[in-house]
Design a binder for this molecule. Structure first.
Ligand SMILES: Cc1cc2nc3c(=O)[nH]c(=O)nc-3n(C[C@H](O)[C@H](O)[C@H](O)COP(=O)(O)OP(=O)(O)OC[C@H]3O[C@@H](n4cnc5c(N)ncnc54)[C@H](O)[C@@H]3O)c2cc1C
Length: 411
């Protein structure tokens, strides 16, 4: 296997994990990031057994466990009190397996520290505009016109709006407001559940425990509120008071959370896109993570898919033959799982974010009750864990040993 000079564009989960893995495989890696100080944007996310398997292979699972909250089930109620979401990790039948609610900042800090400890070069303050193919490699060009390279390979890990990927897909009508809040001492929420409340499917609020951040003193949670992008200006104009009344009408227990929100700037509006670049491999260029495919976070898979893509890239490159063939092999290791979860997320999203009442009725009257009839619970658990389509087997990865990893936290 030849060792390559590789530029990785983007310091998100995909880029940082790819840098660590490719560096370990002996490649000469440089990371590029637009921010002067690399930083994550946003609030919490869920790490599934699929994503944790990659972090475990990077020997980072103990740190992740220490700075996250174990989630044993996803649980949602409709405005009538009907169970609208009930997915339990125990149904997977793997001892101790769970989801992990984590603040984006913690995932970023753990990966970034590992990158720094490995001595991987990072060029910050380099907003990428494009990449050019030359006679002897590929360059990256910044928005100010600075050129770097050429490199044997450019890895596009620039996320959903990557300028290196062709335009494709669409922005979804619904996004969500997200806030990071302190977990109240007497919180009326179960710390082991991702809990949601819905009014049909056009209103949704959620509480995701995210544990104690790296350098954090307190346990935290991510609070989210579904909102259409078109309605965001009206939300801003109406002010916090009107919004709080709407939230409390749906979920009165949120009062102890809403009192922590005193400024609209505490809430970040996130939009979701559903898109997939048709050809993830170009000459000396590969798209991974959200730059390749992105979807709404209803199944909580994006960061996990990004980590799996990074692993697939390192594995695919670690073979013989011409570079393009190895890149195609990398993409093939992942493409079946990517297509499957793009389709599943596309089907699941309107059940939780839609203006049509029949989506909610289908969810509450048919799908959720059917989900408790065997073998549906196990299938549902595999779906949420990111394991449908056997992505770990394709990559030669094993699930982390949750029982051993969680034992220190339970003493
Ligand atoms: C509100 C919300 C909730 C989510 N919840 C979950 C969840 O529960 N579970 C889950 O698995 N996923 C979740 N996701 C999805 C998840 O966040 C993404 O799938 C994941 O972050 C993708 O990682 P990435 O590294 O591919 O891209 P990103 O995280 O987007 O990272 C891209 C990086 O590239 C940098 N960059 C971008 N453009 C440029 C440029 N032109 N030049 C230089 N640098 C640039 C950015 O600054 C960033 O560092 C959620 C997403 C959102 C928005």
């Amino acid at each position: 296997m030849s060792h390559l000079s590789i530029a990785i564009a983007g310091c998100g989960p995909a880029g940082l994990a790819a840098a660590l893995l490719l560096h370990r495989h002996g490649h000469d890696v440089t990371l590029f990031e637009r921010f002067d100080e690399p930083r994550p944007i946003g609030s919490g996310l869920m790490l599934q057994p699929s994503g944790l398997a990659v972090l475990d292979a990077l020997d980072l699972a103990p740190q992740i466990i220490a700075h996250s909250a174990p989630i044993r089930a996803l649980h949602g109620l409709s405005q009538h009190g009907d169970i609208a979401l009930d997915a339990r990790y125990a149904d997977l039948g793997v001892g101790g397996a769970c989801g992990l609610g984590i603040h984006r900042g913690s995932l970023f800090a753990i990966l970034y520290c590992a990158v720094q400890a490995a001595g991987i070069a990072i060029e910050t303050g380099f907003p990428i505009a494009r990449s050019d193919l030359t006679d002897n490699g590929r360059t990256l060009v910044s928005t100010a016109g600075a050129t770097t390279g050429p490199f044997d390979l450019v890895v596009d890990a620039l996320g959903t709006s990557s300028p290196l990927a062709p335009p494709c897909g669409d922005w979804l009508a619904f996004g969500a407001l997200w806030a990071t809040l302190r977990w109240p001492d007497d919180a009326p929420f179960d710390p082991g559940l991702l809990t949601q409340r819905y009014r049909h499917a056009h209103e949704m609020a959620g509480v995701l425990p995210t544990g104690r951040r790296v350098d954090g003193e307190h346990r935290e949670l991510a609070f989210f509120w579904s909102l259409k992008a078109d309605d965001y200006p009206a939300w801003q104009a109406a002010g916090l008071g009107a919004w709080k009344e709407q939230v409390l009408a749906l979920w009165p227990e949120c009062a102890c959370l809403l009192e922590q929100i005193t400024d609209p700037a505490q809430l970040t509006f996130a939009r979701y896109a559903h898109r997939q670049v048709p050809a993830p491999v170009q000459p000396r260029l590969i798209h991974i993570g959200d730059a390749w495919h992105s979807a709404s976070p209803q199944l909580g898979q994006g960061a996990n898919m990004a980590l799996l893509d990074a692993y697939g890239l390192a594995k695919g490159l670690d073979s013989d033959g011409p570079l393009q063939g190895r890149l195609e092999h990398s993409a093939n290791l992942r493409s079946g799982h990517v297509k499957l979860y793009q389709a599943l997320t596309w089907a699941a999203t309107p059940l939780y974010q839609s203006e049509r009442v029949w989506h909610a009725l289908l969810r509450d009257l048919i799908l959720t009750p059917a989900g408790r009839i065997p073998p549906a619970p196990r299938i549902q658990a595999r779906l949420v864990c990111g394991l449908v389509g056997d992505p770990l087997g394709r990559l030669g990865l094993a699930m982390a040993d949750y029982a051993a990893l969680l034992a220190p936290t339970q003493r």
